[in-house]
Design a protein around this ligand. Sequence first.
Ligand code: FES
Length: 79
Amino acid sequence: MADDVTITSYRDGPLLVRGPFKMLDQDGREIEVDRDVVALCRCGRSRLRPFCDGSHKLTRWRAPSEAEDRSQVTPRFQR
Ligand code: FES
């Protein structure tokens, strides 16, 4: 369990990733992470993307912590 990576979705806030983990951009370049826990922005307002900078609070962004019901949503795009 100690080596498991967990991702916690916070209500009205970021995704907290608890390591050990490695972050890469889509081209495979490593994104330097200097801690065991990072907050990833999911509101899109951060100036430090992909990391959360607290801007979600200023913009009063809202999202549930739990997963939304996927059966009620039509995907906007397909791979
Ligand atoms: S979730 Fe915190 S700035 Fe986007």
